[in-house]
Unconditional design. Structure first.
Length: 266
């Protein structure tokens, strides 16, 4: 990935869109959806995942304010690179700023040079099932969702992230109701989410969502530890080794097997 210098974004006049608070922009994302992506990292996150490698995105009021016009100008400056990709908004947690992301995705779809594919990378926790109308416009402009399921067990999820999974599951249900394409992402952490049993539960959990088109099992790594050191905060998984990648095919197969069996019985 290549960082985009926020201070060098082309200045825009009065914006017709909701501004966003972002942590950073990346111009060459290759693991954030299909093709090469322009990636917007939103500022602010309500979760505190033990393995989070971007703790500098947690604080809601940090980051920089940018406009949709500035982001679209940066994207259009290198549009040729994104012909098989598009724009991904991640975080932090983008659902904390649904109006901004809806405006950005709407502008991407209506771009004069041609429609741009949109992808939302979310943990789903900021979704408010009692106020779904706030997210209606955003979801209507979303082509693909990368949905991060942290743990298949409710208590395990709370220990791992500090939050209960109910809102996340409600978000998954809403995506299924709208038939929005979803890729499930699951970080596999030694001693926490690396058992066949936990992966089978994950398969059973997502089985009712017939809109799921992919599964990414991500091996835990320790690349984010240096950020905790710089911020002067303790790293929650101190001493936990990186995940053995050789085990990933077995665990992925467990998810897929359980998902297919659950669907066959429904």
């Amino acid at each position: 990935m290549a960082n985009v210098d926020l201070s060098e974004l082309k200045a825009a006049g009065a914006s017709a869109y909701t501004p966003g608070r972002v942590h950073s922009l990346e111009s060459m994302g290759t693991v954030d959806g299909p093709g090469i992506r322009f990636v917007v990292f939103c500022q602010g996150c309500p979760m505190r995942c033990a393995y989070c490698h971007n703790p500098d995105t947690w604080e809601v009021n940090a980051g920089e304010t940018v406009t949709v016009e500035q982001i679209m100008h940066a994207f259009e400056s290198n549009r040729a690179f994104y012909k098989n990709g598009g724009i991904t908004v991640t975080g932090g947690e983008p659902l904390l700023q649904p109006e901004f992301v809806a405006d950005l995705f709407g502008a991407a779809h209506a771009a004069p040079a041609g429609r741009v594919h949109t992808c939302l990378d979310s943990c789903g926790y900021a979704y408010a099932p009692d106020h779904p109308e706030r997210f209606d416009r955003l979801l209507s402009e979303t082509d693909l969702v990368l949905l991060d399921i942290k743990h298949a067990d409710a208590e395990g999820h709370k220990r791992l992230t500090g939050r209960s999974p109910e809102r996340i599951l409600a978000f998954g249900d809403e995506l299924a109701r709208r038939n929005i394409k979803v890729v499930i992402r699951h970080v596999v952490v030694p001693g926490i989410t690396d058992t066949v049993e936990e992966c089978e539960k994950l398969g059973q959990l997502v089985a009712p969502w017939r809109n799921v088109v992919g599964l990414e099992m991500l091996p835990y790594h320790t690349l984010g530890v240096v950020k905790y050191e710089k911020l002067g905060i303790p790293y929650p998984l101190e001493g936990v080794p990186q995940m053995d990648k050789a085990r990933m095919p077995e665990l992925r197969a467990a998810v897929m097997r359980a998902m297919k069996e659950a669907r066959a019985q429904s």
